[in-house]
Write a protein that binds this ligand. Structure first.
Ligand SMILES: *Cc1c(COP(=O)(O)O)cnc(C)c1O
Length: 387
């Protein structure tokens, strides 16, 4: 078979501005977890998201872990978490010795379902175990039903943590994702919309919380000439070199959002009229950065399953991926409680993430949509041959 260029799901996309900041780090010998790039990156992030207090960290997972520590989540506490997500949304709950309970998605944004969430809140409150926090996710960049979740968070006095790892640049009612929760986290892992090669950030409107997070992230060192510690600390700070990559990336975030949104528009235009294919729609008031374009395939209408399409694409050197497998179906969380129905499970069963990098060429986008079409045509042909 003639070799054709591999198309990946989502690749880092350098702006060319990164080296300048990295060079500054080396020139100033700030090759450590402090320095002008970290300070600069935090200021620029704060401005972009519209929240004043931010700490740059080694990963999104570390940010979520610190958020839970700051809410005093500890042994045997309950934390409610969206089930349809990446495991990093839930793992920090277990780091704290607490117990996660998982919540189904709703059909519109695919994120944490307000009705199932309220059932869970009522249940745990009725048995005297009020949850310590709710973790909601903006999956693939689509904000969750923020007003409804904030309403429940206030009504039951359980703080809402926004896992905005995938949603830098997304908005709800004109305000940036990550500016609504008691705290919010972002990830700058290599496959996210912008990257620091690996990194994350924690945001809050509450300055004290972020100061405390910065203290905990740098080994909880008290004010003293020697090393004095009255609390357990963590080594969770972002490196000043990595923050330089982040600054170079953040300069082009608006372009990256529009490139990813234009991928979505391309796929939608070419594929949405095919029976059995549905897209993650953007309701009024919602603005997704379209980190990944995701579709669902109804095998009864399309005569082809999402897995058959995935395999067909793989055969043609195109990487696609199933939607996150819900946490309540993961072996590691098999004992966890779950509230809701089959929405997250069905999204997992029928969903597919299409290549969505901001550097995808039109030529490659064409290749992808043609392969999806040809796979569906084969499915239809097989079906009609059978009849
Ligand atoms: C990527 C991701 C994380 C974790 O971020 P890291 O920086 O990789 O630790 C958390 N939650 C979600 C939803 C993610 O996609």
């Amino acid at each position: 078979m003639k070799s054709i260029e591999k198309i990946w799901l989502s690749l880092a996309h350098p702006s060319g501005r990164e080296e300048k900041y990295i060079k500054e780090a080396f020139d100033g010998n700030w090759i450590t977890t402090a320095g002008p790039n970290i300070t600069g990156f935090e200021v620029e992030l704060a401005k972009y998201v519209g929240i004043n207090n931010v700490v740059a960290l080694s990963s999104g997972t570390a940010a979520l872990h610190l958020a839970l520590i700051l809410l005093n989540v500890s042994k045997d506490d309950i934390v409610l978490c969206q089930s349809l997500t990446f495991a990093a949304s839930a793992n920090p709950i277990v780091y704290q010795g607490a117990t996660p309970a998982f919540i189904d998605s709703e059909n519109v944004t695919w994120n944490i379902c307000p009705n199932a969430l309220e059932d869970a809140l009522k249940h745990f409150i009725s048995i005297g175990k009020k949850p310590k926090a709710v973790i909601g996710v903006h999956l693939y960049g689509m904000p969750c039903m923020i007003d409804e979740i904030l309403y429940l968070s206030e009504k039951y006095e359980v703080p809402f943590i926004e896992d905005a790892a995938e949603a830098l640049g997304s908005m709800y009612k004109g305000r940036k994702a990550g500016s609504f929760g008691k705290m919010s986290i972002f990830s700058f892992n290599g496959n996210k919309i912008i990257t620091t090669s690996g990194g994350g950030a924690l945001f809050s409107n509450n300055e004290e919380l972020i100061n405390k997070a910065r203290f905990l992230a740098t080994q909880a060192r008290d004010h003293a000439v020697h090393y004095e510690h009255s609390e357990i600390g963590y080594n969770y700070r972002m490196s000043n070199v990595c923050a330089g990559i982040g600054r170079g990336q953040l300069e082009v975030i608006d372009a990256r959002v529009s490139q990813r949104r234009s991928n979505y528009r391309f796929y939608h235009e070419k594929l949405s009229n095919i029976p059995g294919i549905s897209f993650q729609n953007e309701p009024e008031d919602f603005f997704s950065n379209r980190w990944l374009t995701t579709i669902t395939i109804d095998p009864l209408t399309a005569w082809t399953s999402s897995e058959e399409i995935r395999q067909h694409l793989e055969l043609h050197n195109i990487e696609s991926r199933p939607i996150w497998k819900p946490m309540h179906l993961q072996p590691v969380f098999k004992k966890a409680m779950y509230f809701g129905g089959n929405i997250s499970q069905n999204l997992f069963k029928n969903g597919l993430c299409l290549p969505s990098g901001s550097s995808l060429s039109t030529h490659n986008l064409e290749r992808i949509q043609q392969e999806i079409r040809s796979c569906l045509q084969t499915g239809h042909k097989k079906a009609s041959d059978r009849n």
